[in-house]
Design a protein around this ligand. Structure first.
Ligand SMILES: C[S@@+](CC[C@H](N)C(=O)[O-])C[C@H]1O[C@@H](n2cnc3c(N)ncnc32)[C@H](O)[C@@H]1O
Length: 312
């Protein structure tokens, strides 16, 4: 999770021109947020850039370059603890209504729409209040599959658990396994499952899809992974290998310009593209696994995955 913040004042025009997922050409891409501050009846704006690692001089310079009006001003650089980030990222988030799902955080208590399945999601130290385009896009994609029948579901990179909970709601008979590389996310998912009275979510801390706890219960007929383009590409053979013939695969976390590379990686493992939803800079893909179970052509070594650092 992001843990450093670089702040600079900016103008409204600069704020409006800044894109949250702007590619600054850095190894560690920041999340950018612009905020309007009202002080003494005057309109002021500032830019916050959240980094997962301490920003170096090049990273700070890249942020400064976004706001020429702040030339000569020293940026405020602050280290955040996880709770600070979470509080900030949840503050002001409006409840979200996607298909039959209504998602809110503890900060909002407006009455939900009648008939909606309500999830109160605390991100804790994990990702996924539903407000990111990737999460809401996956929710919409799952909601659109409500008439399908699935018996074995896996949510790889579950974050707060929200997508696994939606799957549980849509397919009450299915076995649902939620995994994350981050043990904190698994704890947060367990807590959220309790708060929302979501039964029967099995949880595993695992990197990718190679762990015995995952492969032992393969194949899965619905696979969901909202991670990032690099890991999605390098994980394609292991994800395809746990998919049942004709399984549905929902992928997110990729930018639109990365879609062809991700689609190519899964096509090479027997999948075909069925649907694509572009939301802002982000793209959600739905693919169908091949008619026969995919067998990787070479043994997969997670330590040998080479796509992780790719800026594709
Ligand atoms: C963008 S968040 C998505 C969270 C949630 N599924 C959602 O849609 O809101 C990506 C999650 O994937 C997890 N992750 C990253 N790399 C992973 C890997 N190799 N294996 C499993 N999970 C991974 C991260 O810890 C994080 O919780």
């Amino acid at each position: 999770m992001p843990s450093w913040k670089v702040t600079l004042p900016c103008t409204r025009a600069e704020a409006e021109a800044i894109d949250a997922a702007e590619d600054l050409g850095l190894d560690s891409a920041p999340v950018l947020m612009t905020t309007e501050d009202v002080e003494d009846d005057a309109e002021r704006w500032h830019l916050d850039a959240y980094f997962e690692v301490e920003p170096n001089d090049a990273a700070v310079a890249a942020v400064q370059a976004l706001v020429p009006s702040a030339r000569g001003r020293a940026p405020a650089i602050e280290q955040l603890d996880d709770e600070d980030w979470v509080t900030m990222s949840q503050a002001g988030l409006e409840p979200l209504h996607v298909g039959r799902f209504y998602v809110h955080t503890a900060a909002q208590d407006a009455p939900p729409p009648e008939g909606a399945r309500v999830f109160r999601i605390e991100a804790g130290r994990a990702f996924g209040t539903g407000h990111h385009e990737t999460t809401s896009g996956c929710l919409a994609m799952l909601d659109g599959l409500a008439d399908a029948r699935f018996t074995d579901v896996i949510d790889i990179g579950t974050g707060t658990g929200l997508l696994a909970f939606a799957a549980r709601e849509l397919w009450p008979e299915a076995r649902v396994l939620a995994t994350d590389i981050d043990p904190v996310a698994v704890d947060v998912t367990r807590e959220n499952a309790e708060v929302n009275a979501v039964p029967g979510i099995d949880l595993v801390v695992a990197d990718g899809a190679l762990a015995d706890a995952i492969t032992d219960r393969a194949p899965y007929d619905l696979l969901i992974a909202n991670i990032l383009a690099g890991p999605l590409v390098s994980m394609a053979p292991e994800v395809a290998a746990i998919a049942a013939p004709h399984a549905t695969v929902v992928l997110a976390g990729l930018l639109g310009r990365q879609a062809s590379e991700v689609i190519g990686a899964y096509t090479a493992c027997g999948c075909t593209l069925e649907a694509r939803d572009d939301r802002g800079d982000w793209t959600i893909l739905r693919l169908r696994a091949g008619a026969e179970r995919y067998v990787p052509t070479a043994p997969i070594d997670p330590a040998g995955r080479d796509g992780w650092a790719l800026d594709i």
